[in-house]
Design a protein around this ligand. Structure first.
Ligand SMILES: Cc1cc2nc3c(=O)[nH]c(=O)nc-3n(C[C@H](O)[C@H](O)[C@H](O)COP(=O)(O)OP(=O)(O)OC[C@H]3O[C@@H](n4cnc5c(N)ncnc54)[C@H](O)[C@@H]3O)c2cc1C
Length: 549
């Protein structure tokens, strides 16, 4: 359907905004991935009726116009290409910004609420959604839920899925349904329904029951995984919970209009031990020893990231909201002098503790320091909160600063989210470095080291064909290595266009058929976010790699 005709048709039933000027289309042709796809039109729904009508319209016209589709989008910070597409983009951040009453049981939240605004509200009640990603200042709840995001606190608190109590979705029949945990009796009642919802429950029950052992045995043996659909938590033969299949589905099964999340009490006090490492061979044992002390987070960044932080000190100062360069300089001075004398550490690890009193936290920090003194590493307890914030800002902001500041080279996230169990790291790391060196890939590394989850961000002259040619080769080699070590190709950033084409490789044909059937049950016409998850094709993704930034 051509754009003028599509826009006229949408105007008939849509009360929200419809935009398709060049500036809007340019903005929405990108997320933070390495892809670019220009949509036909971007719509900003005001009501649920808007979305229901839109879904019904696309369903009704899909046969005649196979190119029609709906891609939901919240803040658009997706790194995998999940939030871009070539037909209708539905943006939630303009009007879907409702937050319900907040109490110890949790709250209801609409997808367009920015996490930073949400957090201000929950903190007023002394509560927190602890699965916030490093993009906490940029992302919205819709993306966190539909990507199943995780972050620095995931080590202790889990990912977003662990906080989703129930979820409201508009499905391909144009109706809104709520999904949550059902007992066996409640499941039986749902399956008796003669409508679309009943059909979904019958088909999904059959799928997970018929393939029960296959599904259980295919779960990757890592602490977090976002590759494919989260089918593992749907049915344990006691409870049946379809909310789990939507979390992390990247809007490929329906459109999410509201989520009820649980929250945790916020502990006000934190303490930090910084560990500077030059010999990565110490990592596996050191990680195991540190984890025995139950840190609340355990993060890492490399020397390239640290160099960047030093180079872009003014931007950091702005992010940190400090009153001036001098103050920042003074606080960083001892570290800088030491670095100048001894060289930058290869890896900086941040091991963070929480507790009820300053005394308790200090004891935890110093107990770990003592335990790690057996290793040839430098250990620095950080008691000042302002200083701890500096280290965490380096960790959280590295990707964003790279995106904005490095001249001539561009961030190309295509090996940005793999996870391997920490005990394999000593073998895994040298092999990974060999691949990067062999292909002359310049990259920064940061990540959630306690989980073995790494964000490697290559910097490339993406305008050059020779550089773009490396993407495919390096991605395949790194992913093969990850799978050799029984890891997952995505821990939290999700599949999108970058990893969707490799789902079959990771799980094998039989499980791939199960995932395909999930998509088919909810979205038989493929109207929701095509070219992602089981519908992803390498040739399509490759065709849409950005040629300039
Ligand atoms: C600097 C930086 C750091 C990051 N760090 C992390 C990190 O530590 N951990 C992490 O997990 N991720 C991280 N990310 C990736 C990203 O920020 C997160 O996944 C984030 O939660 C996405 O939120 P968003 O609102 O921007 O989602 P979007 O980009 O808008 O969407 C993400 C996906 O969800 C789908 N979606 C959005 N809204 C809906 C809806 N209403 N219904 C159905 N589907 C919907 C989209 O189609 C898309 O597939 C980082 C990104 C950046 C730029």
């Amino acid at each position: 359907m051509d754009t003028p005709k599509l826009v006229e048709a949408i105007k008939e039933f849509f009360s929200g905004d419809i935009e398709y000027d060049d500036k809007t289309l340019h903005k929405y042709s990108h997320d933070t991935s390495l892809y670019e796809i220009v949509p036909q039109v971007v719509v900003f729904p005001k009501t649920r009726e808007d979305i229901k009508n839109l879904v019904s319209f696309v369903s009704d016209h899909k046969k005649e116009y196979p190119g029609l589709s709906i891609t939901a989008r919240s803040a658009g910070t997706d790194m995998s290409g999940g939030a871009i597409n070539n037909s209708i983009i539905v943006d939630f951040t303009r009007y879907f910004k409702g937050v319900g009453d907040i109490n110890e049981k949790g709250t209801k939240v609409e997808p367009g609420v920015y996490y930073r605004d949400f957090e201000k509200k929950t903190l007023r009640r002394g509560l927190l959604l602890p699965s916030f990603p490093a993009s906490r200042q940029l992302c919205a709840l819709g993306g966190m839920v539909n990507n199943n995001s995780g972050g620095e606190r995931t080590l202790r608190y889990g990912k977003t899925i662990d906080y989703v109590k129930n979820i409201k979705m508009i499905l391909s029949d144009g109706n809104e349904y709520q999904f949550g945990r059902l007992s066996k009796n409640e499941l039986m009642d749902k399956m008796k329904q003669k409508d679309f919802e009943g059909e979904i429950y019958r088909k999904m029950y059959k799928l997970v029951e018929d393939n029960y052992d296959l599904i259980k045995s295919s779960k990757p043996a890592v602490s977090k995984n976002s590759t494919a659909y989260n089918i593992w938590d749907v049915w344990d033969r006691e409870y049946f919970d379809l909310s789990k299949i939507f979390v992390g589905a990247q809007g490929t099964l329906g459109v999410n209009t509201q989520t009820t999340v649980t929250l945790v009490p916020r502990l006000k006090r934190y303490g930090l031990l910084v560990v500077y490492i030059n010999d990565i061979n110490v990592l596996p044992h050191l990680i195991q020893d540190a984890l025995k002390h139950s840190p609340v987070s355990f993060e890492a960044f490399d020397d390239a990231t640290l160099k960047l932080a030093i180079r872009f000190m003014p931007q950091f100062i702005r992010i940190l909201g400090l009153s001036g360069t001098i103050r920042m300089g003074i606080q960083f001075l001892p570290d800088l002098i030491r670095f100048a004398a001894q060289g930058l550490p290869k890896l900086t690890l941040l091991v963070e503790f929480d507790g009820k009193s300053a005394k308790e936290i200090k004891e935890k920090v110093y107990a770990l320091k003592k335990a790690l003194e057996i290793y040839t590493v430098r250990l620095q307890p950080v008691e000042s909160e302002a200083k701890a914030k500096q280290y965490f800002t380096i960790r959280r902001e590295s990707f964003n600063l790279l995106r904005k500041n490095v001249k001539n080279k561009h961030t190309a996230p295509f090996i940005d989210d793999f996870i391997v169990r920490p005990e394999y790291l000593v073998e895994f790391f040298p092999k990974l470095n060999q691949i990067l060196e062999k292909h002359e890939v310049d990259a920064t590394l940061a990540g959630h080291i306690g989980d073995g989850n790494f964000h490697i961000i290559p910097l490339m002259e993406i305008e050059k064909q020779s550089e773009r040619d490396k993407i495919d080769v390096v991605q395949k080699e790194v992913q093969d290595l990850v799978l050799e070590y029984k890891g997952s190709i995505s821990a939290e950033h999700n599949d999108g266009m970058v990893r969707g084409p490799f789902i079959k490789q990771m799980y094998g044909q039989e499980m791939f058929e199960v995932f395909k059937e999930v998509k088919n049950i909810f979205d038989p016409q493929n109207i929701f976010n095509p070219h992602k998850k089981t519908d992803a094709r390498l040739s399509f993704s490759q065709k849409h790699i950005r040629q300039k930034f």
